[in-house]
Design a protein around this ligand. Structure first.
Ligand code: AMP
Length: 398
């Protein structure tokens, strides 16, 4: 069975067609500038060559139609007709407390997603638009929603509640939800399989470090705490997001600068993080280049990021009363050896014997061990694959 995985953003739509027999990617691509002049589809199909289609995409429906056209195209297509797509798996960012696992999409599910859209206004409306557009073009194909928050639904109240009046939770749903759940779940399971240990017996800290970053404590295969909160703004600093900050800073900044509340939240989401501290950029490769030139603010941003990730690792080891393995994943976690070294520096007290040489000479794209033989706590790079998780969940449900 082929499964089409869709990740719809407000003006973009990423997709992969996955053959579930081999779990291989048959085709993938990205629609950009949906609803904006200059829409373009970049499609990699047969032979892996990129085909660029410039065509108007006034809405997500038009984008999905173009994707289907590309998949079934006589020249660069990979399937004969839409009928060869057995099901569609959609990434949905937020499920609030309504779904603790993936679900088959029907009108009831869509209504619940719509109700929850206000909790992630940048993401969920776009996800819903993607689902509706797909349903219109492929009305008979089963569709599944896979939620970023679902894996974290196992957190205990002491981890997900904020210390504010309880009614904020009961009446207004204010709590920690956590994100990147499909990634944390996938790498935790992969790590357990690699270590040849039942996941039920493992205490893991999974570090998803990319443009957005989050750290999760996975105890016995379950998320018991995670660094992102009510929104993906909380936790470690990120490319452009501040991460944890004293909420009182918001009022102070507004009073001092005249920014509105929306501008201040935008400041924390888009202008902060390693970009804000360094003044260089949000991409860790740019920071590494600036560091080589002795840029002190770039060095400070890298140090601050590593320090804050390390604090979470320590905190979660304490929360779980132990630690068996630290997992690095996503763009920075999988590729940035210098950052991994910075983070793991001075973690020997936890029982980590970090192998600096292995870390420097790591192999990309595979599970790779960064701890020395005999290290009580293992350190692994585990490449994440959120699309594959969505495809597997979809297959299981249909
Ligand atoms: P992601 O959000 O997982 O796609 O990660 C994207 C981020 O990973 C980029 O913004 C970079 O900061 C970082 N990244 C990707 N490749 C490298 C690399 N080779 N070295 C350092 N950082 C990298």
């Amino acid at each position: 069975m082929n499964i089409l995985v869709i990740n719809a953003g407000s003006s973009s739509l990423k997709y992969q067609l996955i053959d579930m027999k081999t779990e291989g990617v048959v085709a993938k691509g990205l629609c950009e500038r949906i609803g904006i002049a200059g829409s373009v589809l970049k499609h990699k199909g047969k032979g892996g060559e990129e085909v660029v289609v410039s065509a108007p995409m006034p809405d997500h429906g038009a984008a999905i139609q173009l994707v289907l056209d590309a998949l079934t195209d006589k020249n660069h297509g990979v399937i004969k007709s839409m009928k060869e797509i057995g099901a569609v798996g959609h990434r949905v960012v937020h499920s609030a407390e309504d779904f603790d696992k993936s679900v088959l999409i029907d009108d009831k599910v869509l209504a619940v997603c719509e109700k929850n859209a206000e909790l992630a206004p940048l993401h969920v409306p776009a996800n819903i638009t993607g689902i509706r557009a797909c349903k219109k073009v492929m009305p008979d194909t089963p569709m599944v929603a896979v939620f970023d928050t679902a894996f974290h639904s196992t957190m205990p109240p002491k981890a997900y509640l904020y210390a504010v009046p309880y009614e904020a939770y009961t009446d207004l749903k204010v709590r920690r939800y956590g994100f990147h759940g499909t990634s944390h779940m996938f790498v935790a399971r992969e790590a357990a399989a690699y270590l040849k240990k039942p996941i039920e017996k493992l205490k893991l800290v999974t570090c998803h470090l990319g443009n957005g970053s989050s750290i999760t404590a996975v105890d016995g295969g379950k998320s018991v705490d995670t660094s992102m909160g009510f929104t993906p703004l909380e936790g470690v600093p990120m490319g452009t997001r501040s991460g944890d900050i004293d909420a009182a800073v918001i009022e102070y900044l507004m009073n001092k600068t005249g920014m509105t509340i929306a501008e201040t939240i935008n400041y924390l989401n888009k202008k902060s993080g390693v970009l804000g501290v360094s003044g260089v950029g949000s991409d860790f490769r740019d920071l590494a280049a600036a560091e080589k030139e002795g840029n002190r603010r770039a060095i400070l941003a890298l140090d601050l990021f590593a320090y804050r990730v390390k604090k979470y690792i320590g905190a979660y080891a304490a929360a779980m009363n132990g630690l068996d393995c630290v997992v690095f994943t996503a763009g920075v976690g999988e590729n940035d050896a210098a950052m991994r070294q910075r983070i793991m520096d001075g973690t020997d007290f936890l029982g980590v014997d970090f192998d600096k040489e292995a870390n420097k000479n790591f192999t990309r794209g595979v599970i790779f061990e960064l701890s020395k033989k005999g290290s009580r706590v293992k350190v692994l790079i585990v490449p994440t694959n959120e699309e594959l998780v969505i495809a597997r969940e979809t297959k299981n449900l249909v």
